[in-house]
Write a protein that binds this ligand. Structure first.
Ligand code: UDP
Ligand code: MG
Length: 320
């Protein structure tokens, strides 16, 4: 295999319906690119016909294809990380397997890197997702930018290109709860965001349930900011000040008017509210503590069952 200039990294999880179409569109784009390239598919523990389909494509195009086969589902971001670790190209492009991001945009992104940008992000124009996803994603983008101090218009769009130096930095960041676009943005010197089309998911279903999306966004928030912890502290201070004023008022009232026994339920209501606040604050702290615990255990972030590479390289049995 010639040393590739471009590496395309694609995480795949149960995408048997999308893959054939994906191959039909991706290979022609890359073949006409004029650069040596490689495609790295990461099979993220799929339980359908994804792996056989990938292997068939690998056998046909083993000169440019490599497959990393995980032994379980470790999530999209860790799958991309695994691809980054073995990518050889000077420019690395990430892409979803479901064709929501058009592969035809890749040449334009590569041109941007050639023009001197180290990270090329994309913004989904006319985004074709459910109304709920689009609205929630807008809110998350705005909040995330505020609390992390980063500036990205679209955290969720994975059609992105990175220059080698950024990939090396990301490879050095061995965190278990990585959020790749934010990580890259943090280290980028000259990033750019371009508009791309977004297509409906025509085959298969989104792999993100509401719960998974919430978890992912907690990763993003906690991984890049201590603002939620500060908000907890500020809430605590605010409540203490208000309680102090309230207690002082009750004390003076007792001296002037005498003891009061009514309003018990109002007090209970206030108490319940404060209990709610307390429990959520413990939750926020728990999110951080849990992540620290995950990091210090230093378990493998993902387990590779096998890497399928071209014949001139030995297929590795690897576990890392
Ligand atoms: N994906 C993955 N592991 C997962 C979930 C998703 O590798 O645990 C892949 C999936 O196959 C696709 C990409 O990540 O290539 C984006 O997933 P999806 O299209 O379901 O996300 P959405 O577009 O709904 O945000
Ligand atoms: Mg998708």
């Amino acid at each position: 295999m010639t040393i590739p200039e471009i590496s395309v990294v694609i995480p795949v999880y149960n995408e048997e319906e999308s893959l054939p179409l994906m191959f039909d569109r991706l290979f022609p784009v890359l073949d006409t690119l004029g650069y040596p390239y490689e495609i790295i598919f990461i099979n993220d523990g799929s339980r359908d016909a994804t792996l056989p389909l990938l292997l068939r494509s690998w056998k046909r195009r083993s000169d440019v294809t490599r497959i990393v086969d995980f032994n379980g589902n470790f999530g999209q971001h860790l799958a991309i990380m695994a691809g980054f670790e073995i990518a050889k190209g000077n420019i690395v492009v990430t892409l979803d397997a479901d064709l929501q991001n058009p592969p035809e945009e890749i040449p334009r992104m590569i041109r941007c890197v050639r023009d001197g940008h180290d990270v090329v992000g994309t913004i989904r124009r006319r985004r074709r997702d459910t109304f709920f996803r689009v609205t929630a994603s807008r809110a998350v983008n705005a909040i995330t930018n505020r609390i992390t101090g980063l500036s990205l218009h679209d955290y969720g769009c994975m059609l992105r290109a990175y220059r080698r130096d950024i990939i090396d930095i990301i490879n050095d960041s061995t965190e278990t709860t990585a959020f790749i676009p934010a990580l890259a943005q943090k280290f980028a010197v000259n990033p750019i965001e371009i508009d791309v089309d977004h297509e409906e998911r025509k085959q298969g279903r989104s792999k993100y349930s509401l719960l998974r999306l919430i978890r992912l966004n907690f990763d993003l928030m906690t991984g890049f900011s201590l603002a939620p912890l500060r908000a907890v502290t500020m809430t605590g201070i605010l409540i203490s000040v208000m309680s102090f004023i309230f207690a002082a008022y009750m004390f003076i009232r007792r001296l002037v008017i005498g003891p009061e026994a009514e309003g018990v339920f109002t007090l209970l209501a206030i108490l319940f509210l404060l209990m709610g606040v307390t429990i959520s604050c413990i939750g926020v702290e728990g999110e951080y503590v849990g992540r620290i615990y995950q990091e210090v255990r230093r378990r493998p972030r993902y387990v590779v069952r096998k890497i399928y590479e071209s014949d001139d390289e030995i297929s590795k049995e690897a576990g890392q």
